[in-house]
Design a binder for this molecule. Sequence first.
Ligand code: PMP
Length: 396
Amino acid sequence: MDSKYPLIYLDASATCPPHFKVLSEIAQVEKNFWANPSSLHDLGIKALDILERSRINIANCFNVDPTQVLITSGATEASHLAIKGYANSIHPGRIVISSVEHPSVSAAANSLKQRGWDVEYWQVDKYGLIDISLLDKYLSPPTKIVSMIWGQNEIGTIQPITTIGKECKKRNIFFHTDATQVISQGLFDFNKLEIGAFSASAHKFRGPKGIGLLIMKQDFIDSIIPIQGGGGQEYGLRSGTQSVSLAHGMSIALEQIPVHVEITDGKISFQTTKTTSLTKCLADKLFKLNGLSSTGHPVNRLPNLISLIACSQKNIPVSARRLVRELSSKGIYVSSGSACSSNKNKTNSILEAIKIDHKFIDSSLRISLGNWLTELDVTYISKTISTTIEKIALSS
Ligand code: PMP
C-alpha cells in the first residue's frame, strides 16, 4: 500500500478487522485448549468447558437458552441448516423468500425444489422493500417456510421482519431471517421477535472468519433434521468437530458490541453510535454536495451502509469495479455491490430486483463503516470519490 495515503477501510459488510481482544483470546485458547471438545479425557473436558461457556455468553447476548445456540461455520451454513433442516422434517409445500436475498438463502430455498417444494419470490419495490400489502398472497397455504433477509448486504434495505414474523406465527409458518448484516449494529432480545430462527457470521461483527451461528426457537429446533451426518456434535444437529477457539472468539466479539437494537411494540430502531453518525455525515456529503444518487431505502436501512450509483456530474455511469481499484490505490477500500458477487462476472440479481436502469448496473458502489473508524475525514473521502468518478468518466 502507498504510505502517503491513510488506510480507510470502508468495507465492513464484506468483512471486518478482527477485534484485538478476539485475536489475543483465540491465540490463548489455541495454545491452551486445543483438545477435541468431544474427548473424554481432562484436556477434552477443559476444551468443552470453554466451548460451553462461549455458548452461554452467546446465548446471554440474545437472551436465549444455550440449547438454542447452534454453532456453524458461518451464516451460509446456518441458513442452509435452518431452511433444509426444517423443510426435511415436513411434507413439501411452498417456501417464500424475498427477491433480494443473499445467494446462500436463495440456494438453500432452490435446493428444495428437488424434494417437491415450490419457491416463490416476494418482489420488492425500487427501494428493495417488500410490498407488505401482499402479505395474504404470500403467507396463504401452501406456504410453510418464509426466509427474509433482515438488512440487505448490498443496498442496506431493512425488511419489516417484526410484522412478517407475527403473521407467520399466526399462520404456523416457519420464519427464518438472515441477520448477518444486523448484529454489528446491536444485540437484541430474540424473545421480542416472532422469529423462528436467525443466521449470522462472526466476521461481520469483528469476530473470526469460518464461524457463525444459528439461533432458533425451541419448537423449531426440535423439528430440525440434520443436513449432514457425522459425529453428532451440536446436539446432533451439526456434525463436525467444533473449533473451540473460533467459537470463543465469536463470543468475545459479541461482548464488544456495546449497543442494542431496540424492539418496542414490534418497532425496531438502531441506536446512534460514532459509526452511524460518521455514516450519516459521509452520506450527506456524497448525496447533497456531490449529487450522487443513493440505492436502497432512504430511511429503513442499515445505519452503517451507504449504497449509490457512481455517475459523473454529466450523468455518465462509471465502472464500479474500476472505481474500487482506483480508490484502493488511494487507500480507500470500498466495494462494488457485495464482495460475494463483485469478483464474478455474473448479473447482479439485487440491482435487477430493484429495476435499476441497465446502463447503471455496473456502477453500484457500497461503502460500509465499522467501529474501528473513530475519526474519518469525510470531506477527503467524498471529494476523492467524486473526483475519481469524474476522472474515470472523462477517460471512458
Ligand atoms: N448473508 C449475508 C447478508 C451476507 O452479507 C453474507 C456474507 N456476504 C452471508 C450471508 C454469508 O456469510 P458467510 O460467507 O460468512 O457464510
